[in-house]
Design a protein around this ligand. Structure first.
Ligand code: SF4
Length: 430
């Protein structure tokens, strides 16, 4: 029987789906990821329930499958993950065509629902599209209490994975050809604090960097406040750690940061960014902002716009606020900012960022970068990334090479042209 695993939401969901795929294959199923062709028997949807846009995407995916099932194009629909965890009862009532609803990812529950239970190596994965990079989850849940965020309600308190388990999985991935590991959690800075009241991320990175075969270690979801002291020097000095800082700031106005309960100030944010830029001048900084929080007035938004203009982030993403059931923001504020205003703020900030990205990329022309090859487009053209670019969210390097390049290998690429989201280069192999 053929199973299509549809993964929505964040890279943490990707890890769960990739591991689930290996378990199902091990039990004799044929697996496809995110296939849009209705050539499968069972659909398993790994949902996201973070904000309105994500919830809508999950619901639409399920409705599409329900329609296919009604047309006898598939037999069974299983839905799990954050949306199901949050709205189990109402989903069961409103979508009775779904065969099984399960909460947060639990492989044994899913296997049991398919009457199978053959075990495999717990680290085995069927990657969604590549074999040379992998997301590595180091914890689950979150113990920060940002007032707008439903994740702690869905995933619970922060639980660090045991260090030996993370190292074992990283070794397994390295032995299976993974060269770039991307550390993820809701907040990787908090790693270890729930167990030993110490931030243990720097030590973990040191140990991961001793694993042979791993060439790049990339850090995602760094929390800006109570930033682990040693982290900046580890990123600076450890040659395997990408000079890439993914640090969601969410906002910069002190009034809005307070209303968001982020636990820090504008001054602390600027001090941290200055320190990072002083210690690691070449580092690429990626951030995310949440626009349209009920406490965000025009002057708060303009303050943010000025901040973005001055800071010139290498990469920037935005979300717009949605009132999330059960969050402190929902209890304390009314979501009075219209969708039109939220969208116009999003448009303004992304237009500014697109101009900033364009100018920053221009400065790369003539320079040569170490690039990992992600895919091949035709005989002489490839797509890759520098250490300053994470998969799916950042710049791509379009590479011309007369000699064949191997996917997953590193090459020196000279940049000859750029636009705001792409670098175009050539690889002169001797
Ligand atoms: S750090 Fe804040 S925004 Fe991120 S998952 Fe935790 S509560 Fe949500």
């Amino acid at each position: 029987m053929k199973i299509n695993i549809i993964t929505l939401g964040c890279s943490k969901n990707t890890v769960d789906s990739e591991q689930l795929a290996a378990k199902l294959k091990n039990n004799g199923f044929e697996i496809v990821h995110n296939s849009e062709n209705l050539d499968f028997d069972i659909a398993i949807v790994n949902t996201c329930g973070f904000i309105d846009a994500a919830k809508e995407q999950s619901i639409n995916a399920i409705l599409f499958l329900i329609n296919a099932k009604k047309n006898k194009q598939l037999r069974k629909i299983i839905v799990f993950g954050c949306l199901a965890e949050r709205f189990m009862d109402s989903l069961k009532t409103e979508l009775p065509e779904v065969d099984i609803f399960l909460g947060n990812y639990n492989a044994d529950e899913i296997l049991k629902s398919l009457n199978i239970n053959k075990k495999n190596n717990k680290y085995e994965r069927i990657f969604e599209n590549q074999k040379h990079f992998a997301y590595l989850k180091i914890a689950e849940g979150c113990s920060r209490n940002c007032s707008f965020c439903a994740i702690p309600l869905i995933k619970g308190k922060y639980i660090s994975r045991p260090e030996n388990e993370i190292l074992e999985e990283a070794n397994f991935l390295a032995k299976n050809g993974v060269k770039e590991i991307i550390l993820i959690a809701q907040d990787i800075c908090y790693y270890g604090f729930d167990i030993e009241k110490q931030f243990l991320l720097p030590d973990l990175i040191e140990k991961l960097s001793q694993i042979s075969g791993i060439e790049w270690i990339r850090l995602h979801y760094l929390y800006p406040f109570l930033f682990p002291e040693k982290l900046i020097s580890i990123i600076k000095e450890n040659p395997k750690v990408c000079k890439y800082i993914d640090i969601p700031l969410q906002h910069i106005s002190n009034k809005v940061l307070k209303a968001m309960n982020r636990g820090g100030t504008k001054e602390q944010t600027i001090n941290l960014l200055e320190k990072i830029r002083k210690e690691i001048p070449k580092a690429a900084i990626r951030t995310t902002f949440l626009l349209g929080h009920p406490e965000e007035e025009n002057n708060d938004f303009n303050e943010l716009l000025d901040f973005v203009k001055i800071q010139k982030f290498d990469r920037l993403g935005v979300f717009t606020y949605s009132e999330e059931e059960g969050t402190a923001s929902q209890k304390n504020y009314h979501d009075l900012i219209s969708a039109r205003v939220k969208n116009s703020r999003e448009k303004k900030i992304m237009e500014l960022q697109s101009d900033i990205s364009f100018k920053l990329n221009q400065q790369k022309i003539g320079k040569t970068y170490k690039v990992i090859i992600d895919s091949k487009t035709d005989d002489e053209n490839y797509i890759g990334r520098t250490e300053y670019d994470s998969p799916d969210v950042d710049n791509e390097v379009l590479i011309f090479s007369q000699k064949p390049l191997l996917i997953g290998n590193f090459y020196q690429v000279k940049i000859i042209e750029t636009n705001e989201f792409e670098l175009i280069g050539s690889c002169e192999l001797s």
